[in-house]
Write a protein that binds this ligand. Sequence first.
Ligand code: PXG
Ligand code: PLP
Length: 443
Amino acid sequence: MQKPDDLALDAHWMPFTANRAFKANPRLVVSAKDMHYQSYDGRSILDGTSGLWCCNAGHCRDPIVQAVIKQAQTLDYAPAFQMGHPGSFRLANRLAQMLPGDLDHVFFCNSGSEAVDTALKIALAYHRARGQSQRQLLVGRERGYHGVGFGGISVGGISANRKQFASLLPRVDHLPHTHDVAHNGFSKGIPAWGAHLADELENRIIALHDASNIAAVIVEPMAGSTGVLIPPQGYLQRLRDICDRHGLLLIFDEVITGFGRTGEPFAAQTFGVTPDIITLAKGLTNAIVPMGAVAVKKDIYETLMNTAPDAGVELFHGYTYSGHPLATAAAEATLDLYEKEALFARSKELAPYFEQAVHSLREMPNVVDIRNIGLVAGIELESKPGKPTQRAFNAYLRCFERGLLIRTTGDTIALSPPLIISRAQIDELIDILGQALRETGRD
Ligand code: PXG
Ligand code: PLP
């Protein structure tokens, strides 16, 4: 693709990007509206990924844009510490109403990574406040993605994201992941096999470290970034039961699954299990302004409030931009739009059509698994011997040339379109992807 003649690409060190390859062959988008990006070379590109799983209501939606403009003209910034503005309180109340169970107190930050690190720190502080400061071990899961902070990569289970950085948090362990094509391949919706994998928490991790040393278990209820792994039937409930028996906090990282992706507002509702802490970001503001949040159960908030010295700071944690006025305005307008257009219900209603469409790719070359729930799907390709990731990335490049944005991770293609996608656009997405996969067969 061409780039503007006066645009030098070298100085920007791009995140999670093959910088040298990208700069030799850049892919630039210059505008977006609803389901489409416009590329610098003037092509319209159907967004099959909601940006990076975050523009759930589609792009440049007018009510959200207007709310941000108005806020920028009214109150640009308010100090976040020892001061406030009404928007963050309204937003916290609203989220508390939407969230399941008694997850009714909300701490704001600016990204999913910050939300995860905040949640882990709250878990440690909570146990300490209850006089159980020996509970320090944090349990994550293989193939988990929890952002890129030191906390997040420590509990995360993607080795490429960990191995360059020697000093991780010292006290972590990991559950096994739940993916096994031999047992749950081509499952539609929730796979039947795999609930027993939750028992590793009790039989291995608690047996090894003792529950009295463990603070929390953090999982993505549906693992997104690693390639869309749907939790087996009964698996999350088993984790919940084990955590309850042993006094461990259960944290669901809903950075991707929050805000309608799995067919309900939150995956906790889709899978019928309520954690003690939920992390949010991405769809919270439809990504127009960065924002993250951590919702906690009443007991966690009250324990920290009731054990701190009178009138003192209860949690020594926060960000300059916690509850930034532009972010809270964007989030309020986003939640209004989700409600007005009933987008979470739309995700659920479209899910069977989307499921059938993605599974129609089963016979394409190299496809070894397809999995889906709500408006999200993973299509796993057999890796080319000696060249992992190449097949899926070639499919990505071919789709982009043909006007479709997909996301790949390893040799899995992830689809997570905006919840406003139409049936005709689902057909178009599958058609372009099918062509790309057919060609990938020759690679
Ligand atoms: N937790 C989860 C479950 C995530 O998916 C984060 C935390 C971190 O959020 P921030 O806002 O710090 O990036 C994420 C982010 C991909 C992809 O294509 C996934 C994410 C981000 C970018 C790309 O798989 N997930
Ligand atoms: N580094 C320095 C030198 C700072 O003064 C601050 C905040 O005041 C930070 C980092 C943290 O920045 P933020 O609050 O935006 O995360």
